[in-house]
Design a protein around this ligand. Sequence first.
Ligand code: ATP
Ligand code: ZN
Length: 285
Amino acid sequence: MEKIKIAIQKKGRLSEKSLALLAECGIRFENGIGSLSVQASNFPIEILLLRDDDIPEYVQSGVADLGIVGQNVVLEKTDNVKEIKLLGFGKCRFSLAVGKKFQYNSLKDLEGKQIATSYPKILSNYLKLNDIDAKIHIISGSVEIAPSIGLADAICDIVSTGSTLLMNGLKEVETILHSQAVLIANKNLNEDKKSILAKLLFRLEAVQKAKNTKYILLNVPNNKISEISKILPGMKSPTIMPLQNEGWSSLHSVIEENDFWEVIEKLQAAGAQGILVMPIEKMII
Ligand code: ATP
Ligand code: ZN
């Protein structure tokens, strides 16, 4: 039977979460993670473990059918793969930073300056778009030290907390883009592979929905059931079960992580008690 090949980062910031996501989709791996490729025992998928920089090209050429990689790397390496699904981890921004003493007011201040980066394509597109002429120095690692050793006036790099910039005496001045891990696919998958991808996506969506949702149980006085039910958006309508305690019921429903605290406050104000909130493992609607 046909298999689908998915490329993920071998060792780095995205590795663990990529593997965990596949595991949450119920995929079990046969051989150890030390090797270059790993077979799944219960799903037609093979995992290729690669450097993240290589993943977009492997997917574009069809050596891999799918890949999990940062949007920043996809943008830098190719515009010829399909972005299938944002995965919600590996969040970072791609920013311009200058030395603390650099008097920065606007992008215009970078005119004629030297900028170090590992992402020349994204940076040059951005500079072109903003009509700035600067010299790009391509460096493959530790870009943040470039200004202190006199190699560049500014850098353009991935930032998540900003602490690396601070440690190197830099200040962030412009955000060029926001990035997170994304599932990408080759543009010419055959029908068999498309149907395996559809199965994988179905599972991924169930996992993602579950992550954004909580199961909630609460005790409510019977005369407040309809008022409290209205506060709970739920999937359809809440489950209501009588408590042994006369005049009270237990109400079960689901709520979204986003408006979690707001909903809890409203429930309490409306007379709910004994509120329990639990994680949901998978959610199929
Ligand atoms: P490889 O050895 O595979 O080339 P790498 O060193 O290039 O690894 P990592 O540092 O592991 O890459 O980062 C992988 C991806 O994680 C980045 O491309 C980016 O999308 C994302 N990421 C999230 N937060 C950060 C961060 N603080 N610094 C760097 N990358 C981050
Ligand atoms: Zn890399």
